[in-house]
Design a protein around this ligand. Structure first.
Ligand code: URA
Length: 190
């Protein structure tokens, strides 16, 4: 099986094992991820919103357009990276994912990362950050790369603000853009 097929098998497993049945019930579909299954950089957001739920792809609404624009400015394209979320069904009315929902999806996210085997993970917002950098505050560490042990190997984590949170907040928006544009440099240094 190649990486694409392994990700498809993992997606089928999430469905057949009935992860988060209440979320599944009200969602249109599972949103597994998008991009290159062999990418060096993986972006991890929070959970699908309305547009993502309808299209079956992560970050395709307003936050996704903002993410695409920052990728383009940093000379990257969605097809160079892989984009996913910690929770893979849309929470009702776009509420925050619950701790038990994040915990239920975490083992599948770990396996998804093991299949892709990236060098760098960029967390978008605190919901995915807290699993890789527990106890840290996003306001203090955004934009700073940290090396962590992940299973048998090492990974670099770059925590960024969530594009949806930053979209309409002038100060946070500029901070996210600045952090984002420094990512290639930060990765090179580590
Ligand atoms: N916000 C997220 O965290 N993920 C998406 O896929 C879309 C918006």
């Amino acid at each position: 099986m190649n990486q694409y097929e392994k990700l498809q098998a993992l997606e089928a497993e999430i469905i057949t094992q009935g992860v988060c049945p209440e979320l599944k019930e009200q969602a249109t579909q599972l949103v597994m991820g998008d991009g290159n299954p062999n990418a060096d950089i993986v972006f991890i957001g929070e959970a699908p919103g309305k547009n993502e739920d309808e299209q079956g792809l992560p970050f395709v609404g307003a936050a996704g357009k903002f993410l695409n624009a920052m990728l383009a400015e940093a000379d990257m394209d969605r097809s160079d990276v892989y984009i996913t979320n910690i929770v893979k069904y849309r929470p009702p009315n776009n509420r925050d994912p619950l701790p038990e929902e994040k915990a239920a999806f975490w083992p599948y996210l770990v396996r998804q990362i093991e299949i892709i085997n990236p060098k760098v993970i960029i967390t978008l917002g605190r919901h995915s950050m807290e699993y890789f950098l527990p106890g840290q505050k996003i306001g203090q560490i955004h934009g700073h790369a940290k090396r962590i042990s992940f299973g048998d190997h090492k990974l670099v984590i770059v925590p960024l603000y969530h594009p949806a949170a930053a979209l309409y907040n002038g100060g946070m928006r500029q901070t996210l853009i600045d952090d984002f544009l420094r990512v290639p440099e930060v990765i090179k240094q580590i």
